[in-house]
Design a binder for this molecule. Structure first.
Ligand code: G4P
Length: 528
């Protein structure tokens, strides 16, 4: 196990967060290109199309041109092993996104230089902040007319309450974009439209080096010197500790489509981004360099191939060395599972995983026994914590078109709930299932999946319900009183945990006031 600490130290598991259109797909592709994982730009999209062609249930995805599924891409660069977890950018899928963010150690936030912070940037950033995920910012599309760099930086500071430090400084923009000054390494990196991978780099000894004058026009040099002086005066210097604690973000400027800034970003990730972190379990912290292997499931993807009723459990290794064929304890059920064919995800393909270390993501095929939040160990009854479940913001009743098939519907809903695709509640009174989702578009996707995967036409119908809250109390009498008094508004989720189904904000408020000993939870940790 001599190389365990080295293997852990060289891993970087991260996600890219961005508002749609900021350039996440383009940057992902370029990162893979730089990492040698793909040979041609455009391959990421091709992969998406191939996958869509294979699986019917992604019809909605195809029709709407949005990415419903998150995937994992692994590649190597400069001696580091990167795992890039894709987060669905569409606002309707934030719950999946939140959970993906529990499996990364850092994030790259992509911002469109002309637009700055957008709605979805804010939402995704909030998810990162919940866990103090360290963030490197990439301001993209500098080859277009964009906002002033200082203006963009202050917007990040103000809107996100996050300190920023420029890692590079742009020279010009749009048609006059000349490149960036690398503030961390004192280099001038010249921009070339449609750029190649190896940029023209001029090593500089500080901002006063006459080499700058030799490579740029006088007004460009003057502006650069003034800008940098001002930026250095206004902004904090880079501080690794503050970055890794999630309080300070180094900012790169670039143009993903022109390959510009991508190499610097990757080097930044290699040099600054944290290796796999210790992971919190209910009883103790688990260090990534511990010899015994541990892992947790953060995402389930069902029916990737409709011909096989398989599900893939996306599992993050937290410690030890995984080896193909090893047996692990599935802590929730107490059963051993044999990992003889888990997969790792390469840029364009999946491959059987031979080995893995903390930070790596395995895809474990299974028939539904693995659920989001589950822990796997070599025998210790650990339970990792911190994998959240969010109270749904939209609630609807669902019925099978054919009432005789209600039982089948129950089974389908149970599986979808286990997978984390929806919350499914059974009210104490009545026979309807209430389905809750975070984004309204998910109802359509669910109906489509229930039809294609289970052959069941269903209807979703609006209800008079407003929101759901998980309920708990340290006082069993108070809990019982609450349940008795509000029976008409109480149900259970697929784990058998009680939920309060409120008709409106007032109803919830009233229940909270009337039952001060009961807690109404918006976020629940799963599979405890
Ligand atoms: P997303 O995944 O965040 O939604 O964004 P995506 O990468 O698909 O990029 C959105 C659009 O922005 C694409 O153009 C892409 O080519 C463009 N883009 C990405 N990076 C840059 C950049 O550095 N400079 C400029 N000028 N454009 C950039 P599109 O016209 O929507 O798609 P396509 O026809 O180019 O594929």
């Amino acid at each position: 196990m001599a190389n365990l600490p080295n293997e852990v130290a060289r891993r970087r598991t991260f996600a890219i967060i961005a508002h749609p259109d900021a350039g996440k797909t383009t940057l992902t592709e370029k990162l893979l290109l730089f990492g040698g994982a793909i040979q041609l730009a455009g391959a990421v999209k091709a992969r998406g199309e191939q996958r869509r062609a294979r699986s019917d249930w992604m019809k909605v995805e195809r029709e709407r041109g949005i990415s419903v599924t998150a995937s994992v891409m692994s590649f190597e660069y400069n001696g580091c092993a990167f795992n890039l977890l894709d987060t669905p950018g569409h606002e309707d899928f934030s719950e999946d996104t939140y959970r993906t963010l529990t499996a990364v150690d850092s994030a790259v936030m992509v911002i469109d230089a002309a637009k700055g912070i957008e709605a979805q940037t804010l939402k995704l950033f909030a998810a990162c902040r919940l866990r103090d995920v360290p963030i490197i910012t990439f301001i993209n599309k500098m080859d277009r007319e964009s906002r002033e760099p200082l203006d963009l930086l202050s917007e990040i500071e103000d809107q996100l309450a996050l300190d920023v430090t420029p890692a590079s400084w742009p020279i010009g923009m749009g048609k006059t974009f000349r490149g960036c000054y690398d503030l961390l390494k004192d280099r001038l990196i010249l921009f070339e439209r449609g750029g190649k991978q190896d940029e023209d780099v001029v090593e500089i000894k500080g901002i006063d080096d006459p080499k700058l004058d030799a490579n740029l026009k006088p007004d460009e040099v003057q502006r650069l010197r003034d800008d940098i002086e001002m930026a250095r005066g206004l902004m904090k210097p880079f501080d690794l500790g503050a970055y890794r604690e999630g309080h300070l973000s180094p900012v790169y400027f670039g143009s993903a489509v022109n390959n510009f800034g991508v190499g610097e970003l990757l080097s930044g990730l290699a040099e600054m981004a944290p290796p796999p972190r210790p992971q919190k379990a209910a009883t103790r912290m688990v260090e990534p360099t511990e010899e015994k292997t541990t892992a947790f499931v953060f995402k389930i993807q069902a029916n990737m191939d409709p011909k096989h009723r398989d599900r893939i459990a996306f599992t993050r290794l937290c410690s030890g060395k995984f080896e193909r064929g090893m047996k692990m304890l599935h802590v929730r059920s107490g059963k051993q599972i044999n990992l003889h064919n888990p997969v790792v995800f390469l840029a364009q393909d999946r491959e059987i995983a031979e080995e893995g270390y903390a930070g790596d993501i395995l895809g474990i095929p299974n028939h539904g026994n693995l659920r989001i939040g589950d822990t796997l160990t070599e025998g210790e009854p650990l339970q990792f914590v911190g994998i959240p479940s969010f109270a749904p913001e939209h609630l609807q009743a669902v019925r099978a078109d054919d009432p005789l098939r209600a039982k089948h519907l129950g089974k389908a809903l149970e599986q979808l709930a286990e997978e984390g695709a929806a919350r499914v509640f059974r009210p104490e009174i009545g026979t309807d299932y209430i389905v809750g989702v975070v984004g309204a578009l998910q109802f359509e996707i669910l109906a489509d999946r229930i039809l294609t995967e289970y052959g069941l036409p269903v209807r979703f119908e609006p209800t008079s319900l407003h929101t759901a809250r998980w309920i708990e109390s340290d006082d069993p009498v108070a809990l019982k009183t609450f349940l008795d008094e509000t029976r008409a508004s109480v149900g259970k989720d697929h784990n058998g945990d009680h939920v309060f189904l409120a008709r409106n904000a007032w109803h919830l408020d009233r229940a909270e006031k009337d039952h001060p000993k009961v807690r109404f939870l918006k976020v629940k940790e799963q599979a405890q």
